[in-house]
Design a binder for this molecule. Structure first.
Ligand code: FAD
Length: 119
């Protein structure tokens, strides 16, 4: 057992879906059920809506988060995310890229396309 557990659910910025300045933002703690039923996601990333609808059962989707689904590296949200016009690479910092590389992701394409920024 870990010595400490940190509950991130109080960090409001990590939950929710919004569109601002033509950019769709989904907080990492947003549940797959919220992603599935979001009108903003449907309008901007329909493949992600379809992917979220296909993941597990309703009861699991209430608890499972999109952040957790991405980090598993085999999550079914990944094809939906990569098919969106506003790619999830859209706002990757060098720090994000370093973290993703450490988890075994290949971020070369994102770097090549100029999606990796200093901050
Ligand atoms: C019965 C059942 C059916 C399932 N069916 C499917 C399916 O059909 N398709 C599918 O893709 N998945 C499926 N899953 C797997 C899983 O439920 C989902 O991938 C889910 O989205 C994981 O989210 P979570 O919040 O539960 O993450 P967790 O399982 O809690 O975490 C997964 C990993 O991500 C890390 N992590 C979680 N949140 C963050 C964050 N915000 N920042 C950084 N790291 C983070 C955790 O430390 C852990 O390493 C299923 C699971 C169950 C139990």
């Amino acid at each position: 057992m870990p010595s400490y557990l940190i509950d991130l659910s109080a960090v409001k910025e990590l939950t929710g879906i919004k569109v601002k300045h033509n950019r769709l933002t989904i907080g990492a703690l947003t549940s797959l059920a919220q992603v599935r039923s979001s009108a903003e996601v449907l309008a901007n990333a329909p493949a992600l809506t379809a992917a979220a609808a296909a993941i597990a059962a309703h009861s699991i989707r209430q608890l499972a988060t999109i952040g957790g689904n991405i980090v598993t590296r085999v999550g079914d949200s990944l094809p939906g995310l990569s098919l969106t016009k506003r790619s999830w690479f859209g706002k990757m910092t060098k720090e994000n890229a370093r973290w993703m590389r450490s988890r075994g992701w290949n971020v070369a394409e994102a770097e090549r396309q100029g999606f990796v920024h200093d901050r």
